[in-house]
Each structure stands twice: as C-alpha cells, then as structure tokens.
Design a binder for this molecule. Structure first.
Ligand code: FAD
Ligand code: FES
Length: 249
C-alpha cells in the first residue's frame, strides 16, 4: 500500500499517510498494525498505531519515533509499500453528552477522528498535555477540524509542572462526573492517574491503552492485562479502549 510522509520538522514526530483502505466500518479509537519492508527478518511483528483520521484521500497516523520499528517508519519514502492490518480492537463510546477528551503526547492521535465523527461536537472538550513543543503535535489541526469543541493545552516543561497539569485534569474530571463522559489516551502513568481521579469523582471514564503488542489480534498474549475480576484480557482484541473501573492498571 503506497503512502506519503510528512515531518512536523521537530524531533521525531511525523504523520504517516496511507492509501485509503476502503473500510466501510471503523470506529475512532481503533488502531492498525503496520509493517514496513525495512523491518526485514529482524522485526517480526508490526507496530500498533491509532487511526488518527480517515478521509477519502487516505488513512492518517501520527507517530512518535521511539524505537526500532517507528524509527524505520520515519525513514520510509513516499510510494513505499507497507503491510497494514485493521481496523483492530474496539473504539471509544460516542454518547450525546458532555465528553471530556484527555490526551497525553501522541495520545492526541485518536481524538482527531473522535471529534470529527461526533454528532454533537459542541459538547466536546479536549485537554492536551505535552512535553515536546505544541507544534510537534496535530493540536491546531484538531482545533481547525472541529472549531465547535473547547480546547486547551498544557506544556509540561519540567517534572515540577506535572502536578499543575494533573490538578487541571482532576478539576475537569470532577466537572464531568455527574452527567458526562471522560476519555483518555496517553502514557500508562497518565492513564493510571485518570483512573484514580475518575474513581474519586464517580465519573464514567474510558481509557485507551498503549501496551506493547505482538500479533495485534489476540493470539500471542503479549499484551495482556488483568481486569478487576483478576482475569487476563488481551488489550489488542478486548481493548485498546476499556472502561476504567473494569481494569487494573
Ligand atoms: C492501540 C495502540 C495505539 C497506539 N497508537 C500510537 C500512535 O497513534 N502513535 C504513536 O506514536 N504510538 C502509538 N502507539 C505506541 C506504538 O505502538 C509504539 O510506540 C511502537 O510499537 C513502538 O515500536 P518501536 O519498534 O519503535 O519500539 P520498540 O520498543 O523497539 O519495539 C516495541 C515492539 O516490541 C515488541 N514487543 C515488546 N514487548 C513485547 C511483548 N511483551 N509482547 C510482544 N511484543 C513485544 C512489539 O513488537 C512492540 O511493538 C500505540 C500503541 C497501541 C497499543
Ligand atoms: S498483541 Fe498478541 S494478543 Fe495482543
């Protein structure tokens, strides 16, 4: 499948565009597994990425290069052919109620598709926490694509900034506790904090996990976590989106 690539020009984040896969059914929050020929025999598995947007011109992913596979994807050339499996997993709930989207770093990726496909986007609020400069991420795209939603961002320049951001998140979750929905995607410590805050305020929350994956389809058991009943569940096929009160984190 041919694709083009654009760099944000800052550090190692880039958008990866793939030819329109022609799917008739998919939901924001689902993901794809991608494999580039340069993975060769050395990197057996594909790599998991959220579907950031799907439009008639193609499928867009937003990737932070942080290891061998994503580095190789960042060096791909327009027109290269990659192998893609998808759409995989389940997506975020879409409900006609006030919905708070909490994104950390590349966790912003699925919220572009989510906001674009929401029937009542004026009820959406996005809070985005990031460590790299804001222009590294598709935050302005989100604002432009869905001008009806409320957006704010927080630049975590040093570890001392984290409590300030978490305080902001805590207050927003509290404000959505009574009749709203909270969604979060980002690094595991961030999701853990959201889970605790949602429990504290009695908010309904869904978390999208970014566990390391092997097969992506429920077979290798490389991605399992425990649910609150103590059962092993595969993040790739039972998630990656889970109700926060149903999983251990
Ligand atoms: C649902 C989902 C959505 C994601 N969305 C995004 C996104 O939109 N943008 C983004 O930048 N990142 C996203 N990620 C994270 C992304 O998958 C990782 O950054 C990427 O896999 C890193 O690959 P790497 O080769 O660069 O890193 P490396 O650390 O070199 O390799 C990671 C790979 O090692 C293998 N591996 C490691 N541990 C195990 C294990 N226990 N079992 C099986 N295999 C293992 C897997 O193949 C894994 O993908 C997402 C992850 C998930 C699960
Ligand atoms: S990645 Fe293989 S079971 Fe989930």
């Amino acid at each position: 499948m041919p694709f083009g690539q654009t760099s944000t020009g800052v550090t190692h984040c880039f958008a990866l565009r793939l030819e329109d896969p022609g799917w008739s059914h998919w939901r924001p929050g689902q993901f794809v597994m991608v494999r580039h020929p340069s993975f060769g025999l050395e990197l057996i598995w594909g790599r998991a990425f959220s579907i950031s947007r799907l439009v008639s011109s193609g499928l867009s992913l937003f990737i932070q290069a942080q290891g061998r596979g994503s580095e190789r994807l960042s060096a791909a050339n327009p027109g290269d052919k990659v192998t893609v499996w998808g759409p995989l997993g389940n997506g975020f709930a879409i409900q006609d109620k006030r919905t708070l989207m909490l994104a950390g770093g590349v966790g912003i990726a699925p919220f572009l598709a989510y906001a674009e496909n929401h029937p009542t986007p004026h009820k959406l609020e996005l809070i985005f926490g990031h460590r790299l400069p804001l222009e590294t991420y598709p935050f302005d795209n989100a604002k432009t694509l869905v001008p009806e939603m409320t957006v704010s961002s927080f630049h975590e320049r040093s570890p001392e900034d984290l409590p300030v951001f978490l305080e902001m998140v805590d207050e927003a979750i509290m404000n959505h506790a009574t009749s709203g929905l909270v969604l979060a995607c980002g690094p595991t410590p961030f999701l853990r904090a959201v889970k605790q805050m949602a429990a504290k305020h009695g908010a309904m929350a869904q978390l999208s996990l970014e566990n390391k994956m092997g097969c992506g389809v429920g077979a290798c058991l490389g991605c399992v976590i425990k649910d609150t009943k103590g059962e092993n569940v595969q993040v790739c096929s039972k998630g990656p989106v889970f109700w926060s009160h149903k999983i251990e984190l």
